[in-house]
Design a protein around this ligand. Sequence first.
Ligand SMILES: Nc1ncnc2c1ncn2[C@@H]1O[C@H](COP(=O)(O)OP(=O)(O)OP(=O)(O)O)[C@@H](O)[C@H]1O
Length: 363
Amino acid sequence: MTTGRPVLTISGLNVDYGTGPGAVHALRDIDLTLHRGEVLGLAGESGSGKSTLAYAVTRLLSPPGVITGGDVLYQPPQDGAAPVDLLALTPQELRAFRWQELSIVFQGAMNSLNPVHTVHSQLTDVLRAHRPGMKSPERTARAEELLTLVGISRDRLGAFPHQLSGGMRQRVMIAMALALEPEIVIMDEPTTALDVVMQRQILRKLVALREELGFSVVFITHDISLLIEFSDRIAIMYGGRIVEEAGAAEIYRDPRHPYSDGLLHSFPALHGPRRELTGIPGSPPHLTAMPTGCAFHPRCGKAFDPCAEHVPVLAAPDGADGADGADERTVACWLHHAAPAPAPSVADSAPELAGDASAARSG
Ligand SMILES: Nc1ncnc2c1ncn2[C@@H]1O[C@H](COP(=O)(O)OP(=O)(O)OP(=O)(O)O)[C@@H](O)[C@H]1O
């Protein structure tokens, strides 16, 4: 249920860990758009940069992480409102922006509930801080409403965190994230610590709330079957880059990047025809030893000449005419783009020089 209007536009985002010669590039040239009302899933193996992206966009990246380039623009919902450059906000503006316009639920967020305060006190704290005009009975009413929204009975408002199950505590965190009706909710592995049944229950609730309240979600997990089930669009990350982005159904039906295909064959599908589980050979690259060209090429069964040399750009596959929505898909793989002509070898272009060089070497 997306309205097609962008709410968050990330362009050319680059993040390093460290500075100077020892710096490693954790995110490279990230272009990504979140549309209003959409659930955008981010997938990729551990270390692909998903959390770094969430931290960078929300300006929560702590040293040695540094944003070295790019733009992150937030488009407020009011007609005619100017976009807000998130990377230029002052600390004070950022404090107002977080919770109000954008909130985040991290993995294990439920453990960040204060054990000595009741759910009531923790939910109303957010309201007290950001809605100073709200009276105490109004805050309590809103806290009750929020609990009910996430499927917890209002009579648990007086409970302490240890009196709630893990799933309920995580729902309280989601209620807190929704307290100020933000436009964007970023969920980084929000349900990973929970059992599968609870994971799905919470995500189903979240997607229903998104339809009711109209916020947009960036949903990060390494579990691609959850992403396929709950996202509208999916961006797949590898080695700090986005390698494919498309509608969830398109990615599931017809993954174009061999890495997306490998990821899909690494998880059992919950619906539809059975897939053979094959996994992906090898392991993800280390940031300090990133392969040349396409970072996936050493693990890719379809790699050919240009892959080791040239980094493929993320663009619509060649020949996409847009008729079937294919223009909505982008992929960074030489299988789908005209490969650059191989650089002429010294021997091809200047035989006399080559001769000189070999003469020099042998001499
Ligand atoms: N503080 C840090 N210093 C140096 N490198 C870091 C730091 N934090 C993360 N990295 C590196 O940045 C890369 C991206 O990490 P990130 O946590 O964003 O990946 P991820 O896809 O979210 O992984 P996971 O699913 O395990 O959370 C990894 O190679 C990681 O080792």
